[in-house]
Ligand binder design. Sequence first.
Ligand code: NAD
Length: 275
Amino acid sequence: MGKLDGKTAIVTGAGRGIGRSIALKLAAEGAAVVVNDLDTEPAHSVVIEITEMGGTAVSCPGSVTEPEFAERFVGLATEQFGGLDIVINNAGYTWDSVVQRMTDEQWDAMLDVHLKAPFRILRAAQPVISKLAKAEAAAGRRVHRKVVNISSATGLFGNAGQLNYSSAKAGVIGMTRTLAKEWGRYNVNVNAVAFGFIETRLTEAPADGNATIEVEGREIRVGVNPALLDAMKMMIPLGRAGTPDEAAGSVVMLTYPEADYVSGQVLVTGGGLAG
Ligand code: NAD
């Protein structure tokens, strides 16, 4: 018996990093998972991993920023698995510059992927959720559904070089608190998790100082220089970065029945980091 048996979950950016761990953990607790990623191959391999461990998953490749994506994503969950219980808005990346060098393109890209895409997914999910919640209420049943939006400590405390990213991640917190108020009547718990420093390709120290990732045809510099990484670790009470597995654990626990009375909250998963 898993804690999420019979549930259907959709997870964006689940082909690698924290999203991958979230998808695996949800599946291990019995949820059927729709695995999205911009990159087709990583999304497929996560589906294979889940299937091989005896779970249920289907992939939904594509960019969350495509205007038609949200309907396709939510539609796949309902068509394949007949419902929608858990929505995890995780897909994202960073594209840093100081304010005087930040282009409109950089600004828009961060707002699009971190804020507009989750908004569209949640908007597309509303008719499905409200219909199910009304039917359950008519049958005298209360079923909790869960939304977890991924924010960042940067969205709470700020970070030099990340005006675009921190603004978007702060917006995620506003979206979370507002939707918790709108969707309480459907028994949907809406929370955010703000990660501190988690070891993924976004935060690794590149050997030659030049790590890049490719996102929608753009070559984007990521990574943190080793001296800054050491300084960041000194600011973390637990004295180290978190693993993708630890980060995912803090997201998935909010989807468990134990969290049925937790809503509108921002959980900082940062090893004690407080500003
Ligand atoms: P990651 O790069 O390891 O994984 C992110 C995944 O999202 C990738 O597989 C990528 O292909 C996918 N993705 C990116 N843009 C996409 C798009 N437009 N459509 C669909 N998929 C897309 O990064 P991660 O560290 O696991 O980041 C996951 C989330 O956690 C992000 O929202 C990130 O901003 C947030 N976060 C991470 C950290 C950290 O320290 N790693 C800290 C705070 C917040």
